[in-house]
Design a protein around this ligand. Structure first.
Ligand SMILES: [Zn+2]
Length: 165
C-alpha cells in the first residue's frame, strides 16, 4: 500500500462512526451525494482527484478486489450511508450484485435487517432518500452513536411528509 493510500484510508475512517455491536451499521458522516449515498474524495490516478462511494473504497481496501463500475455493492441493511464491509459475507452489510438484482432488491421488502433498518430505503423517491441520508449523517456527526437519534433520522419523523401508520 502506498503512503497516499494509507493516508486515504486513515482519512476515510475519520468520517465513519461504528455502532458498538458487531452487527451494527458503520455510518458514513462525510459528504452525501444527491443520490443519498456517501462521497469520498480519493487521490485517484495520483494527478486528478475522483470521488467514490466510501463503501466501494473500503471494499477494495479490505478485500483487494477492485470492482468494475458496472458491478454494484448492495446494502443488506438498507442503510445507504452504511459502510460496514467485511471479507466475511456473513458479517458484511454489503454484497456484490448486478444492476438488475439491485432493482429487484429495491422493489422487495425483506432484506437482512438490524434494528435500524427501515423498509424500502433504496426505493424511496430520490429526494426523500437524500433528505434521510443527510438527516442521519447530521445526527451521527453531531451526537455520535445514539440509537434513538439514529432510529428517528431513519424514520419519517421530521420530514415534511408524515407517514400514515
Ligand atoms: Zn449496515
Amino acid at each position: 500500500m502506498t503512503e497516499d493510500r494509507a493516508a486515504e484510508v486513515e482519512r476515510l475512517w475519520k468520517h465513519v462512526v461504528k455502532g458498538p455491536d458487531p452487527d451494527d451499521c458503520w455510518i458514513w458522516t462525510g459528504a452525501v451525494g444527491d443520490d443519498g449515498y456517501g462521497r469520498f474524495w480519493t487521490v485517484g490516478d495520483g494527478i486528478r482527484q475522483r470521488t467514490m462511494r466510501p463503501q466501494r473504497f473500503l471494499y477494495r481496501h479490505l478485500t483487494g478486489i477492485d470492482l468494475p463500475p458496472s458491478t454494484m455493492l448492495l446494502h443488506r441493511c438498507d442503510v445507504a450511508l452504511c459502510v460496514h464491509v467485511d471479507v466475511d459475507p456473513a458479517v458484511s452489510h454489503l454484497r456484490v450484485g448486478g444492476a438488475a438484482e439491485n432493482q429487484r432488491d429495491a422493489a422487495r421488502a425483506g432484506r437482512r435487517r438490524n434494528r435500524f433498518t427501515i423498509e424500502k430505503y433504496a426505493s424511496l423517491p430520490r429526494a426523500d432518500r437524500v433528505a434521510r441520508s443527510r438527516r442521519l449523517r447530521d445526527a451521527v456527526r453531531a451526537h455520535g452513536w445514539d440509537p434513538e437519534l439514529i432510529a428517528r433520522a431513519l424514520s419519517d419523523a421530521g420530514s415534511e411528509h408524515p407517514t400514515l401508520f
